[in-house]
Design a protein around this ligand. Structure first.
Ligand code: FAD
Length: 452
């Protein structure tokens, strides 16, 4: 039986497609990696269907790429050649809410924003909001990339919220990892192993998540600075003083310019910090006062936003603003992570490199937890300029690793960052390969991602 016949025997015709337009969509993600349309897309609705699909792919060793919202930024959702895509977006049920335990069980295809809209009525939320992709990213995709977001400064990343996972491995076997216990000392942490595995070990078919209570009050603050390094220093000071901020985002002057150009916000085109504090009124009051003081020490002042503008709406448009800044250019990006005290150094390094090589650079991100996005623009169809931009990108990544950091803080390795990852994790790679082989002896689960 051909693979397509086998798939057709597992799902009804309206959940299997070889139509060119659907293959095109499934062949790319939000990275600038060239698309690779699969031979088919299949939309399972149960874990048993997923297990059967995996088993059907084994005889022909057909690569399988799981797909949620397709919002990945490093090529992790771009299928391997001659592969199939298992699109999980029809598995989007909330299976059960345990409001008293602050827990929820969900299917992997539920979109982050939809889940939180539903959790609101229980006074709960799933915190690691992935910024501009909250309305696209699925919870399964967020676990597979260990996504994080503006509130991760206080609440942590996706991985901090995963209690249990149901998984179909590369042999088509169904396994459950973890439990509803919030703390365990029960052997290997297989849940954590799946977090950030980018679909290379198996497909997640159900998740149990820990949740947080909605905060009693919120206060948003915005500041402007004479230069990017002063803003970065304020961040490490705020963290060093142990101030309990929920969000602490940096936007450099070029990003403010790009946001004005895209949305006409009329923002001061200077480096800025956006901050949010959670808690009861007295906490908001005292923390805001202390943040004001630390910002003042670095020469920062309040940034006045027009009345109707919410800082997070401004921040939401960052990637789009960069995308549309120069016509006929594409984005080369990194999302490095590093110890928080290195923030001023890494920001200065990135800007010095960009100036030295005449590269248009935008830096921003969830800096409060030691993450920075550096986005550069490279003219399309200009190979030599692309090489210079890539060299600047690589230099920033190498510098973050040199400072004790990591290649990726939240977007994953995918196809684009494998080389730098192999350097960062050189001693661990043989064990990682051996682990993959145990989960996926036929090498069919999203091959070519993270490492070769
Ligand atoms: C405008 C914009 C803003 C963004 N902002 C942020 C941000 O602030 N923080 C952040 O962390 N990321 C951000 N991202 C990146 C992206 O949204 C995240 O990586 C997100 O977690 C991907 O989720 P997804 O459902 O789209 O996954 P996809 O892109 O579909 O897939 C990503 C990876 O997960 C695997 N996968 C998907 N579902 C499953 C499953 N059920 N089982 C196993 N593997 C699976 C895929 O095979 C792939 O390897 C942004 C992206 C965009 C376009």
């Amino acid at each position: 039986m051909s693979l397509l016949d086998a798939l057709a025997s597992i799902v009804p015709p309206d959940r299997l497609s070889t139509q060119a337009d659907q293959l095109t969509v499934a062949g790319s993600d939000e990275s600038s990696h060239p698309p690779c349309p699969p031979q088919a897309v299949v939309w399972p609705e149960t874990a048993d269907e997923i297990a059967a699909i995996v088993r059907a792919c084994i005889p022909s060793r057909t690569p399988i790429t799981g797909r949620g919202g397709g919002s990945a930024l490093e090529g992790s959702a771009v299928p391997a050649a001659d592969g199939i895509v298992v699109d999980l977006t029809r598995m989007r049920r909330i299976v059960q809410v345990w409001a008293d335990d602050l827990q929820v069980a969900v299917e992997p295809g539920i979109i982050y924003r939809d889940l939180n809209n539903e959790l609101k009525r229980h006074g709960l939320f799933f915190p690691p909001s992935p910024g501009g992709s909250s309305d696209l990213a699925t919870v399964g995709g967020m676990v597979a990339t260990n996504a994080s977001g503006i509130y991760s400064v206080r609440y942590g990343g996706t991985g901090d919220y995963v209690l249990a996972l149901d998984v179909v491995t590369g042999t088509g076997e169904r396994v459950t990892f973890g439990s509803r216990a919030v703390k365990r000392s029960s052997g290997y942490n297989m849940v954590e192993l799946m977090v950030g595995s980018e679909g290379t070990l198996g497909l997640i078919t159900q998740l149990t998540l820990r949740l947080a209570g909605l905060p009693e009050g919120r206060r948003q603050l915005a500041y402007q600075f004479p230069d990017a390094v002063a803003a970065a220093r304020s961040v490490s000071e705020i963290r060093r003083y142990g101030l309990d901020v929920a969000a602490l985002e940096f936007l450099d002057d070029s990003l403010m310019r790009a946001l004005n150009r895209l949305k006409g916000y009329g923002l001061a085109e200077v480096p800025a910090l956006f901050c949010e504090i959670h808690g009861p009124d007295p906490v908001l009051e005292s923390t805001a006062e202390m943040v004001d003081g630390l910002v003042d020490d670095q020469g920062g002042t309040a940034l006045v936003l027009a009345d109707e503008i919410n800082p997070w709406e401004v921040r939401h448009w960052s990637t789009e603003a960069v995308k549309h800044y120069l016509p006929n250019h594409e984005i080369i990006r990194n999302d490095v992570a590093f110890p928080i005290s290195s923030l001023p150094e890494i920001v200065a390094f990135a800007h010095d490199q960009a100036t030295a090589h005449d590269v248009t650079l935008f830096t921003f991100g969830h800096v409060g937890m030691g993450l920075l996005h550096a986005l550069m623009l490279s003219p399309r169809d200009n190979a030599s300029r692309r090489r210079s931009v890539e060299a600047v990108n690589r230099a920033i990544i190498d510098e973050a690793v040199r400072l004790g950091g990591s290649v990726s803080g939240e977007h994953g390795i995918g196809l684009n960052l494998k080389e730098s990852f192999a350097v960062e994790q050189a001693s661990a790679l043989p064990l990682m390969r051996a682990i993959k082989k145990q989960f996926d002896p036929h090498g069919i689960m999203n091959p070519g991602k993270i490492f070769d």
